[in-house]
Ligand binder design. Structure first.
Ligand code: ADP
Ligand code: MG
Length: 660
């Protein structure tokens, strides 16, 4: 008989998956695929060990349910036998007498309630024969279906070494069908859900947990059930099968299978290693007793939170009691009676190994996760794979994603955060600049309005006071008064024109200019005190740009004047031109007093001055602002007024497009 089907055993509830990758880590065959951050079991690769169900704290992995199918069977006209796995005392330790449980199961509607352990007795005898055979080459026990799938899929060359002997469950099914007829339906009830995909010979497989669910659903409790014993054939030592060394002790006498012939390996790390060593020839002529989980008493179909040693003890006590009461004669008779049956089992290889991913592809994936050299391979295991190379290979095979790499994701997150910070800073600066230009725009409107209104009356005052002055006699006292009026009116006009300049409704008149010569020339029109060193530097190749030369001259001379005024005790005035093919930058730097931080955003406001009355008007920078804006340029100020930080001084940089 051969295994030729593979039912889907584990289903994923995607919404529940919180991508902790624990299932990936615990899956011995990497049958879990991560797509868009969601884990999904790949049925083809799954061996049904149940690790993923056991470790998923979110309950996102759901084992195949058989309760409904069993209920259907029970409703049918068939005769139905329940076949209870020998680990039942471990699961149902609360019932001190097995007859309680048997009675409850019978109440569910089963016609027979039997023990798989008799199947274990038979299987033990078969193993004994095989192991003591003259041509014995060693074997791998075939009673754990997850191990069988593991060998068939991932070590197909080792399939011939799988013991060609039916599992206790199948052996018992064959016994029962022989006893009660082939039409009998058999429901196995046990600790394991890989059993659900073991064979078609058994009609349904329930886990202990599902049995509890069925009993609960019908409110079947010890109080409302009758005590009842197992139906024959009764079991012997086979009942001890689920505890480690089970088979060894199950054998009819201890000497039958010598201890040194048996190698026992339970759990992922151990069975894989045992198979590898067997395959590589380090172990020969040995019987490998392998279990995928930590023994049937802790199987994935048992209730969670069980105490391993208490469970093992419960099985032990049950067996001790059983062997005291066993009717040896009828057991012998049964063994004899069913020995005519065929208890063989055959297995076919079904290679599910993935082709090894190409080196180059793996390297590319590693690099995409920022792993360029071996020291970048942290092998931290957070992704669920043992090594970064394994993870990269899984990505190449479409089973994993780069985002599963925790160090890589954290680094990406850090990058995003710092990018976000940079953007935030830029945004804050842009906001401040916008606020400032809004403020200046309002000031501009106001200034323009006032200037415009004042211009005419000022013109009239100037004109008439000039006329009066001309008419006044030379030397007359009134003439001096009129002269003062004319002077002050002229001053007002200057202020008004300064305001108008700031508002700058007038156009720029661009003309091609040699900016180097232009800037050098600007230095000629200012008064340079002796205690100030003036230097000039040009860093551009092409000096030609289009500027409004009258207005831009005002910009430069105003900056230069401010710089000189900031250095009453002398200093260094550095003037220069920089730029590229697109832009020209005029630089005016001084080693003066610097600008106080709190004044920085008032600089361009009309009438802002720190100079004493009569000395400063506070219109210079406002005018510069208006003109530069008309040139579609930018102003950058860097200033330090705190000598404890660095040398004080101010640098103004005016950048305008070349306008070509
Ligand atoms: P004013 O020169 O008439 O005061 P400005 O608009 O030219 O008006 O300058 C406004 C203010 O900006 C100045 O009073 C001064 O406080 C500050 N300022 C401008 N340029 C400099 C500079 N190079 N060094 C120090 N402070 C400066
Ligand atoms: Mg000034």
């Amino acid at each position: 008989m051969s295994h030729s089907f593979h039912r889907q055993l584990v289903f994923t509830i995607k919404d529940r998956c919180r991508v902790c990758f624990t299932c990936v880590r615990e899956c011995p065959v990497k049958a879990i695929k991560i797509i868009n951050g969601q884990a999904e079991v790949i049925n083809d690769r799954c061996i049904g060990c149940g690790n993923c169900v056991r470790v998923c704290s979110q309950g996102a992995k759901i084992p195949l349910r058989s309760v409904d199918a069993v209920n259907e069977l029970l409703k049918s006209d068939h005769k139905i036998a329940a076949c209870i796995a020998p680990s039942f005392p471990a699961e149902f330790a609360e019932f001190h007498d097995h007859k309680t449980l048997v009675g409850m199961i019978r109440k569910l509607g089963f016609d027979f309630v039997t023990e798989v352990s008799f199947g274990a007795d038979i299987v033990a005898r078969e193993y004994e024969k095989m192991i003591n055979g003259s041509d014995y080459e060693g074997d791998i026990s075939s009673d754990c279906p997850a191990i069988v799938y593991f060998i068939r899929h991932y070590h197909p060359d080792m399939v011939p070494y799988l013991a060609p002997i039916a599992s206790p469950m199948v052996a018992m099914t064959r016994v029962l069908k022989k006893k009660h007829g082939q039409e009998l339906k058999v429901v196995f009830i046990g600790p394991c859900f890989a059993k659900k995909a073991e064979t078609t010979e058994v009609d349904e497989v329930l886990t202990f947990r599902e049995l509890r669910e069925m009993l609960d659903n019908l409110n079947i409790r010890p109080e409302n059930s009758e005590l009842s014993d197992f139906d024959p054939p009764q079991a012997g030592k086979g009942a001890i099968f689920p505890i480690s060394h089970g088979l060894y002790y199950t054998a009819n006498n201890k000497e039958a299978i010598p201890e040194e012939r048996v190698i026992i390996a339970e759990g992922q790390a151990n069975y894989k290693e045992a198979i590898r060593e067997f395959e590589e020839g380090y172990i020969r002529k040995k019987h490998l007793m392998l279990l995928c989980c930590e023994g049937c008493i802790m199987g994935p179909g048992t209730s969670p939170g069980g105490k391993r040693f208490a469970r093992s003890n419960a099985v032990g006590e049950y067996v001790t009691q059983k062997l005291q009461q066993i009717d040896q004669q009828s057991w012998n008779q049964n063994m004899e009676e069913f020995s005519i049956l065929d208890f063989s089992q055959s297995f076919t290889p079904e290679d599910r190994r993935l082709a090894p991913p190409g080196n180059e592809a793996v390297l590319n994936v590693l690099q995409s996760m920022g792993k360029f050299s071996p020291k970048d391979h942290l092998n931290c295991g957070a992704c669920g794979y043992d090594t970064c190379v394994d993870h990269a290979g899984a990505i190449v095979n479409g089973l994993a994603e780069t985002e599963m790499c925790l160090p890589y994701s954290i680094e990406k997150l850090h990058d995003s955060i710092s990018n976000l910070n940079v953007s935030n800073e830029k945004l804050a600066r842009a906001r401040a600049a916008l606020k400032q230009s809004e403020k200046l725009a309002h000031m501009g409107q106001l200034s323009a309005g006032i200037a415009h209104e004042l211009n005419n009356p000022l013109g009239v005052i100037t004109m008439y006071s000039n006329i009066l002055m001309d008419e006044a006699q030379e030397g007359a006292g009134v003439r001096d008064d009129l002269k003062l009026i004319v002077e002050q009116a002229e001053r007002c006009k200057k202020i008004v024109s300064g305001l108008l300049n700031f508002a700058r409704k007038n156009q720029v008149n661009l003309s091609e200019t040699d900016v180097v010569k232009f800037m050098q020339h600007s230095l000629n029109s200012i008064v340079k005190p002796e205690n100030i060193i003036v230097s000039f530097k040009s860093e551009i190749e092409d000096p030609i740009a289009k500027l409004d030369i009258d207005q831009m001259m005002q910009v430069l001379t105003n900056l230069e004047k401010n710089a000189i005024e900031a250095m009453p005790d002398g200093g260094h005035l550095r003037v220069g031109v920089e730029g590229d093919t697109e832009e020209i930058t005029f630089v005016v730097a001084d080693t003066g007093s610097g600008i106080q931080k709190e004044n920085m955003d008032k600089l361009f406001t009309p009438f802002f001055t720190t100079k004493e009355i009569g000395k400063g008007t506070g219109l210079g920078l406002a005018l510069i602002y208006g003109i530069v804006k008309m040139h579609k340029g930018k102003i950058h100020v860097d200033s330090n007024a705190d000598p404890t930080q660095r040398p004080t001084g101010t640098t103004f940089r005016i950048t305008v497009p070349r306008g070509k």
